[in-house]
Design a protein around this ligand. Structure first.
Ligand code: IVH
Length: 690
């Protein structure tokens, strides 16, 4: 017997109490997070959750993955596993005018006649997600990815309180998928950005980026604090126990999913246009972002008749709201140097309200766009939010121009370091060529080095890099590995609060410093291909770095390769080869590599690089032999590794499968049969990994 606050409780009582508490908390979570209608006070809720947490601590063997306590997270995802979607995650055709919507309706009427009912919904601006439930329990959450495969973000999605880990009610299929959008409500977005500033990190540009960044965090306990939310809008598959899309969503609502109250059924174009106009105005009052509406054919049989194009369903379409415009005065033009050295002209504007935020600056893109627009100081200009992120200037109101307004000239020297700018043939941007001496370029290289797909030092961010650079502690990425506790502790930066515009000061305290140093140490385990990508050699992106690492196996061999050896590598052409040769010809770069090597970073490849898709073939060994219809032998071998299996050269009693193609020698077949090794065909193999 174990003592609990309720007295001594044995395991079977504890089990009952845990089940009852879980059910009760699940109901309260649903009322609070899905229905926005709390059923008890926060205090009472905390008491229930505390009791459950305590009991689970006493009887850890009774913790269910669907327990409400699991919303607080704790699981770490080092690398997000790629998962194939059961049904491809398609996108929607876009329309921008009422005429486009009428054309959509005409196409539908041609196929299925006039008796069509539509469902109009909001188009949530977040990150698409597919959730799989088995026996009423959440088993997998996958992002859209490329539509065929996405990232498995289950651990992080489990922390979202409005997403049921265990379904309510009944009538749901044994296994099904539901799709929706994960988003960050405005209030949480602002709170989170404020925290980012306080931590010396760069704030997110918009709630969509913030939601996407949060879903990809490694520490689910952090995700849990960010208040992600999700609306659900689609059940894929054609064996659903419902006749219409609307019924599907109403049923999903009864199972505990957050389904928008703003979906409506429409019969006429006029009703659709009414919906559209209403939400074009009302969207600014919503506590989250939408970027349009979605119109769907309601009847599932009719949907099936209409079918799909390669990219999108023929039974649905989205209407994107037009970007909002505002007009304001151009006060001055500044020139910004980016990470690559490209110089962007940026307009400083008289602050103006636009789509819910105050806009003070807008991009003029480059010298060509600036010349074409011919905006002059004092002009009234029109600003628009392109994709709702960085506002741009779209036109000048020439009627308001003063006679004195003079044309603006592009600068000829870098505003950061004074170096004369250069412009390559056929390129629209002017560049500062001082790669290693120009502050924004140095900081840009450092930011690339620490980024997720490179060294993944997430305890450092843009803001912290800036502090390190401004204090003269790092000038290049090798300097990161010389940082010590004593150099970091107490470093300071002041910034302006976005909430009250007051000046705030942040300083590196013990926890921050420990995190930074731990992150740097952990990065020494990053594989060679990613280190190579992190070096920031022009045109050597993630994929090229993988190809080079696989081909050469070490930095020494890569550095020693001549032009011919480089272009021999698959997908490496003249431009990339020249860039690699140029990079290794700079003594400074070679010196940096030497310092990184001395710090313990990986500059050789220990294992062959194959992106892991699944573990379906884990523990299985294959011999691949013969000629195949759909794939080359190499492709099949890669697929075996990608699914966790192993390729071996010859058959033994331990071989799991002989993957047999045409023209395979009869000896191999005989040997396999003798040793009891299973023989499968190409299609049998595809079945295995499906
Ligand atoms: S239905 C097969 N409904 O918009 C069609 N999508 O551009 C499945 N989206 O990838 C999508 N709100 O991420 C649908 N009410 C809604 C939506 C919605 C937002 C997103 C979704 C999709 C993208 C298409």
């Amino acid at each position: 017997m174990v003592k609990s606050e309720n007295g001594y409780m044995d395991k079977s009582h504890a089990q009952d109490r845990i089940a009852a508490l879980s059910e009760e908390i699940r109901q309260h979570n649903h009322s609070y997070y899905v229905l926005s209608n709390p059923s008890i006070s926060d205090f009472e809720f905390d008491m229930l959750l505390e009791e459950l947490t305590r009991l689970e601590k006493e009887f850890p063997e009774l913790i269910e993955p669907e327990s409400p306590t699991q919303h607080v997270g704790g699981g770490i995802t080092r690398e997000f596993r790629q998962v194939q979607h059961k049904y491809p995650m398609l996108s929607l055709g876009n329309t921008y005018s009422e005429g486009d919507i009428r054309d959509f309706e005409d196409r539908i009427h041609k196929t299925i006649g006039d008796a069509v009912e539509y469902v109009c919904e909001l188009k949530f601006d977040g990150v698409a997600i597919g959730l799989t439930y088995r026996d009423g329990r959440l088993v997998q959450a996958v992002t859209r990815g490329d539509g065929i495969r996405g990232d498995d973000v289950t651990t992080n999605v489990r922390t979202i309180r409005s997403i049921p880990l265990k379904l309510h009610g009944s009538g749901f299929p044994g296994e099904f998928e539901i799709r929706g959008e994960i988003f960050l409500p405005h209030a949480s977005f602002e709170k989170m950005n404020e925290q980012k500033l306080e931590d010396g990190d760069e704030p997110f540009a918009n709630p969509r980026n913030a939601a996407s960044g949060t879903l990809k965090m490694q520490d689910s306990a952090e995700v849990s604090k960010r208040n992600l939310d999700g609306f659900f809008y689609y059940l894929p598959g054609n064996d659903l126990p419902f006749k219409t899309h609307y019924e599907c969503l109403v049923a999903a609502r009864s199972w505990g999913f957050k389904i928008s109250d703003y979906m409506v059924r429409c019969k006429t174009s006029e009703e659709i246009f009414d919906y559209l106009e209403t939400w074009d105005k009302a969207r600014h009052g919503l506590p989250f972002d939408i970027d349009g509406i979605v119109i769907k054919v309601n009847d599932l049989k009719q949907q099936e008749m209409l079918g799909y194009t390669a990219k999108s369903p023929r039974w649905a379409i989205s209407y994107k709201f037009k970007a909002e415009q505002a007009s304001t005065e151009l006060l001055s033009v500044a020139f910004q140097v980016g990470r690559t050295g490209a110089v962007t002209p940026v307009a400083n504007l008289r602050p103006v309200q636009l789509a819910g935020t105050v806009v003070k600056r807008a991009t003029l893109h480059n010298a060509d766009v600036m010349a074409t627009l011919d905006a002059r100081i004092g002009d009234m200009v029109f600003v628009e939010k392109g994709g709702e992120i960085i506002p741009k200037i779209t036109a000048v109101d020439l009627d308001c121009r003063s006679d004195q307004a003079a044309p603006l000239a592009f600068i000829s020297n870098c505003p950061e370091c004074g170096t004369a700018l250069v412009r390559a043939e056929g390129e629209s941007a002017w560049y500062c060529p001082n790669e290693d001496g120009c502050p924004p370029q140095i900081k840009g290289k450092l930011e690339h080095f620490i980024s997720r797909k490179a060294m993944n030092i997430d305890s450092l961010g843009e803001g912290k890099i800036e502090i390190l650079f401004d204090n003269g502690l790092v000038h290049n990425y090798a300097d990161l590995y010389d940082l010590t506790y004593d150099r970091l502790i107490g470093l300071e930066k002041t910034y302006e609060s976005t909430v009250n515009k007051k000046e705030k000061k942040i300083s590196f305290r013990e926890k921050t410093v420990d995190n930074i140093l731990n992150g740097i140490t952990a990065s020494k385990k990053v594989t060679f291909d990613r280190v190579l990508y992190a070096l920031g050699i022009r045109f050597v992106g993630e994929t090229v770095a993988k190809k080079l690492a696989s081909h050469f196996g070490s930095i020494d061999k890569l550095a020693a390769a001549d032009y011919n050896m480089l272009v021999e590598v698959e997908e490496i052409g003249d431009k990339i080869a020249q860039s690699i040769l140029a990079w290794f010809s700079v003594t400074r770069n070679v010196g940096l590599v030497e310092r990184l090597e001395a710090a313990g970073l990986s500059f050789t490849l220990d294992e062959p690089l194959v992106a892991r898709i699944s573990n379906k073939l884990a523990g299985l060994t294959f011999v691949v032999s013969g000629v195949f219809t759909h794939f080359s032998r190499d492709d099949l071998k890669k697929a075996i590794e990608a699914h966790g299996g192993k390729n071996i050269g010859s058959i033994s009693a331990k071989t799991s499968y002989l993957l047999a193609g045409e023209n395979m020698g009869p000896e191999k077949r005989k040997k396999a049969e003798k040793l009891g090794v299973l023989i499968i065909s190409e299609s049998g193999f595809l079945e295995l990994i499906r």
